[in-house]
Design a protein around this ligand. Structure first.
Ligand SMILES: *Cc1c(COP(=O)(O)O)cnc(C)c1O
Length: 382
């Protein structure tokens, strides 16, 4: 098999992991739907079973994701939450203590409040990423540090090198949710982060038509521990979905290129619009995390958020092309109001404390023509 280590992202997206069936010689991985495989009692090779993620469809897509994240090991699972929960369960036991970035995905927050709480895992929130602030939170039983950068919905940027070295020094496992950036824009394992998790339902799937997740790591021990959980809890993706995901990933770099460039132009447009009071986009020079983002990201991604004068609803309901919908990362541009959607379950006070104002709008940039997107935003903002 070709070694894709030194190839570019587009090449990896298209080719890495592809399983060529020698009897057919098609250029794509065929879909193997069997859940029962013939037994050969004379052979050392054990028959496959899909829950063990060992079919060609699982391996093909996992190898592609490993190549993209520059990881030795990768798994594809049935949702982003399956990736997150299996990693956390595999790394933690009752009595352990974990440090979580304050702003993380709502579902992860629920997992902490319900499952980790039930398991008597202690949790502290990180508000500031410097030695002094995090150092104060450390306990003898601290086991893991978990981050999400850029974060949802304010696009806060956390220093990957700092977190990786803090984790190494203090013997912690570092985990990042890399959903917003994708490996095209950010490869956290290269900065020394231990485990990357993804909601594949977003940019990986990329067409708002599937739910899946992924995990990548270079650590053999962690990889085995995580696999034990996946194999026991069973969050598998069926062969057809694996194929759909593999097919989508072939255009990931291409889609991100367009999404990055559209987003940069939209952020510039929004910043110059008189109805917009603030734009959060890592690519903007005026953005607080810009310098850090420029150091650790190859490009700034498709997610942004902005505040408007007046009510967010008045703008969002006027959009014609951009969908007012949940989720993100698809080829179609999507807008949502965090107050009423992703962050509706947290109190107004907590939202205020986290900087999520009532007039904040989150924007997920699609691949449409930039002129059409800007025209739609412009009419909605007048
Ligand atoms: C959507 C999302 C998740 C959860 O993914 P699912 O595939 O919906 O389970 C986790 N993290 C981030 C950043 C997300 O946007």
């Amino acid at each position: 098999m070709t070694n894709f280590e030194n190839q570019g992202f587009n090449t990896k997206c298209v080719h890495a992991g592809t399983f060529i069936d020698e009897s057919i010689k098609g250029v794509n991985t065929p879909i193997f739907t069997s859940s029962s495989f013939l037994m050969d009692y004379d052979s050392e090779i054990k028959p496959l079973y899909p829950r063990a993620l060992n079919t060609p469809n699982h391996k093909a897509v996992a190898q592609k994701i490993a190549a993209l994240e520059k990881a030795k090991y990768a798994y594809v699972v049935s949702s982003g939450m399956a990736a997150i929960s299996n990693v956390l369960l595999a790394c933690l036991k009752p009595g352990d203590h974990v440090l979580f970035q304050r702003q993380i995905y709502g579902g992860t927050h629920c997992f902490i409040n319900h499952i980790l709480n039930d398991l008597q895992v202690e949790v502290d929130w990180i508000y500031e990423f410097n030695n002094q602030a995090i150092g104060k939170l450390l306990k003898p039983n601290t086991k893991l540090i978990y981050i999400e950068t850029p974060s949802n919905p304010l696009l806060k940027i956390v220093d990957l090198s700092f977190v990786a070295s803090f984790a190494k020094t203090n013997n912690l496992i570092s985990v990042i949710d890399n959903t917003f950036a994708t490996p095209i824009n950010q490869t956290p394992l290269c900065f020394g982060i231990d485990v990357v998790v993804h909601s594949g339902s977003k940019y990986f799937g990329g067409h708002s038509d599937m739910i899946c997740g992924a995990i990548a790591t270079n650590c053999e021990k962690l990889s085995h521990a995580i696999f034990r959980y996946i194999n026991s809890l069973g969050p598998v993706l069926d062969a057809n979905s694996c194929y759909l995901l593999e097919r989508s990933l072939k255009t990931l770099a291409l889609r991100m290129e367009r999404i990055n460039s559209n987003a940069a132009k939209i952020a510039d447009f929004l910043e110059s619009n008189s109805k917009v009071t603030k734009v959060n986009y890592p690519g903007l020079k005026s953005f607080e995390g810009h310098a850090l983002a420029a150091r650790q990201m190859k490009n700034f991604g498709g997610m942004m958020s902005f505040e408007v004068k007046g009510k967010a609803e008045d703008v969002v309901t006027k959009l014609k092309l951009v969908a007012s919908a949940l989720s993100l990362g698809g080829v179609e541009s999507i807008c949502s109001i965090p107050r009423a959607t992703s962050h509706s379950t947290i109190s107004a006070e907590e939202r205020k404390e986290s900087g999520i104002s009532d007039s904040l709008i989150r924007f997920s940039t699609g691949i449409e023509d930039i002129e059409d997107l800007i025209a739609d935003l412009e009419q909605a903002l007048t």
